[in-house]
Design a protein around this ligand. Structure first.
Ligand code: HEC
Length: 132
């Protein structure tokens, strides 16, 4: 009796648990973005044009925190950015990512990040990868 009962009672619980784990990981797809992982956000939002260690469509961003805007010899910046005399800090980066055109009219980066949490996560990631 007992021997037959056990599999019957544990089976459904186990299946239910497995299903719960599987279902809960699908039912909250917004969670990682909401928690704003700077590295993956950087890769998704900026990675098409930027890398940390080499110039692409945009200049390399490793070491950008604290750098003077438009100051890499290797990258053909717009005159607007070269002449901006900005230094990249939390504040200037946040304004840049909110609206590049407002901060530096006639620059060549046609991209912005709507969400303030995403901006600060990306900036924290850039800062962290610049300090090393
Ligand atoms: C569509 C391509 C594109 C995307 C996407 C993009 N950028 Fe840029 N970015 C550029 C270009 C081009 C420049 C150079 C602008 C200029 O010279 O006026 C630039 C310049 C910059 C600079 C100034 C660097 C320096 O050396 O002064 C920073 C900082 C920057 N981008 C950050 C970001 C971040 C962070 C993201 C993602 C949230 C991002 N960019 C997304 C194209 C892009």
């Amino acid at each position: 009796m007992l021997r037959q009962n056990q599999p019957r009672s544990i089976g459904p619980i186990l299946a239910g648990f497995v299903w719960f784990v599987a279902a809960s990981s699908f039912s909250v797809p917004a969670q990682p973005a909401a928690r704003a992982d700077g590295k993956s956000l950087f890769e998704r939002r900026c990675g098409g044009c930027h890398a940390l260690d080499r110039d692409k469509e945009g200049p390399r961003l490793g070491g950008v925190y604290g750098r003077l805007a438009g100051s890499l010899d290797s990258f053909p910046y717009s005159d607007a950015l070269k002449q901006s005399k900005l230094r990249w800090t939390e504040e200037t980066l946040d304004r840049w990512l909110t609206d590049t055109e407002k901060l530096v009219p006639n620059n060549e980066m046609t991209f912005h990040v709507e969400n303030a949490d995403e901006r600060s996560a990306i900036i924290a990631y850039l800062k962290q990868s610049s300090v090393r």
